[in-house]
Design a protein around this ligand. Structure first.
Ligand code: ATP
Ligand code: MG
Length: 398
């Protein structure tokens, strides 16, 4: 027996990428290495379309499984045992494997499924399954075969250099390895939606940075801490995230002074987009991402979205646009951001909230009512006051 635990990691959609496949696989290996970087002496490598992880026995299996299944691009992981690709050796290893399961879990029924990646191997897959099944039946007297609903499905994966035997496949999240699909800047609030939007884009392989606006001292230090905590939860999937923090209060005060009350939220939103675009360009982000959802609130009507879109020339991605709030909440719960998102802290959008916000704004009219604002100077000052932190998965600045 090997002194390390071995895991087979399957690459899901990455496997569909044709000529780019090696690139995607290399990126996935890199991300898995990052996800396991806190452990010493772990080997991670790719071979014949699979990724292998070998970890010292003192690292709990569950820790490896949990960390690897959070990496975007991973379809599934199986802890396996390995042996030579030789029918006798496979038989002996299968018997040993099943004996262990009988002892640990009182397993009574099983079924063998076999796959041979090495097409030159003289025994075909169905025959491998039959022969290994027969050997297990003879040697493990308490076991019976059940092809429909077995306690254990024993997978035999026969490859060129070795054969892997395993029982379980733990599903990963799918998606694509981070960094294979460009870079975007997420407008990240402390609410339920934007963390989900960030997570969804990162899952598609996009590297993300986030920008957060606050209105200190109207919004508190603790409100900002909450947002950082949310970023760190997203980072526990994507890896460390660069966070841009901007105080929007000077701009909000100008808006309140010079623009009609019912339009204030929209003006604030326009400034957020413009500032984000500046920061995005500086940081080589190709697009902006928001957690907007059609019709959810006054600032997210079709008309309002046309206005905010019109303020920038960069593409704006809105991954949640057609989702119901319940679906988004459900997703937030699965990701693990929900409980933090609903902590009741003030948000910069709730400062100076109009009583009757306009729901059918017109772009030209909104631009017209900004005429008393020095838009460029306000943006320039805001950008100058930017603070930057990098947030790691553990919530600490990385
Ligand atoms: P969320 O749950 O993301 O806060 P929401 O339903 O509260 O969404 P709004 O407050 O209208 O929606 O915000 C819509 C989008 O605008 C957010 O999803 C986010 O992308 C962006 N946004 C709002 N407030 C901020 C902020 N303080 N900093 C950065 N982006 C923000
Ligand atoms: Mg919000």
């Amino acid at each position: 027996m090997n002194e390390k635990n071995i895991f087979i990691v399957r690459c899901g959609e990455v496997a569909l990428k044709g000529g780019n496949k090696p690139y995607f696989e290399r990126m996935l290996v890199k991300r898995i290495k990052q996800a396991l970087s806190m452990f010493e002496d772990v080997e991670i490598y790719r071979k014949e379309g699979l990724i292998y992880v070998r970890s010292p026995k003192n690292i709990p299996v569950i820790q490896i499984e949990e960390r690897v299944t959070r990496v975007f691009g991973v379809a599934s992981i199986s802890q396996a045992v390995e042996c030579e690709s030789d029918m006798d050796k496979i038989g002996e290893t299968a018997v040993e494997y099943m004996n262990k399961l009988i002892k640990e879990r009182g397993v009574k029924t099983f079924k063998v499924e076999a796959k041979r990646a090495d097409k030159n191997f003289p025994v075909k897959s169905p025959d491998i399954a039959r022969k290994i099944g027969a050997k297990v039946l003879i040697d493990c007297k308490v076991l019976k075969v059940d092809v429909h609903d077995p306690d254990v499905r024993l997978f035999v994966d026969l490859r060129h250099d070795e054969t892997f035997i395993y029982e379980k496949k733990i599903e990963g999240l799918g998606g694509l390895p981070m960094g294979t699909a460009g870079k975007g800047l997420v407008l990240f609030s402390g609410g339920i939606d934007s963390p989900v939007a960030a997570w969804m884009m990162a899952k598609r392989g996009m590297q993300i940075e986030v920008i957060h606006f606050h209105s200190y001292p109207y919004t508190s230090e603790r409100a900002l801490e909450k947002v950082k905590k949310l970023v760190s939860i997203v980072a526990s999937y994507s890896g460390s995230i660069k966070m841009h923090i901007i105080n929007l209060l000077p701009i909000q005060e100008e808006i309140v002074k010079h623009c009609p009350e019912n339009e204030t939220t929209l003006h604030v939103r326009c400034f957020m987009m413009r500032i984000a675009e500046r920061i995005a360009k500086r940081n080589k982000c190709q697009m902006l991402i928001t957690g907007e959802d059609l019709g959810q609130v006054a600032s997210q009507t079709a008309e309002a979205l046309v206005v905010t879109d019109g303020c920038v020339s960069m593409p704006v991605m809105r991954p949640l646009i057609a989702m119901d709030k319940v679906e988004i909440m459900d997703r937030a719960q699965k990701i693990g951001t929900y409980e933090t998102s609903i902590e009741p802290y003030e948000d910069c959008c709730t400062v100076f909230l109009p009583k009757h916000p306009t729901t059918k704004p017109d772009f030209d009219r909104i631009m017209e009512s900004e005429k008393d604002l020095d838009v460029d100077e306000l943006i320039g000052n805001a950008v100058k006051s930017e603070e930057i932190v990098t947030i790691g998965p553990d919530g600490e600045p990385a």
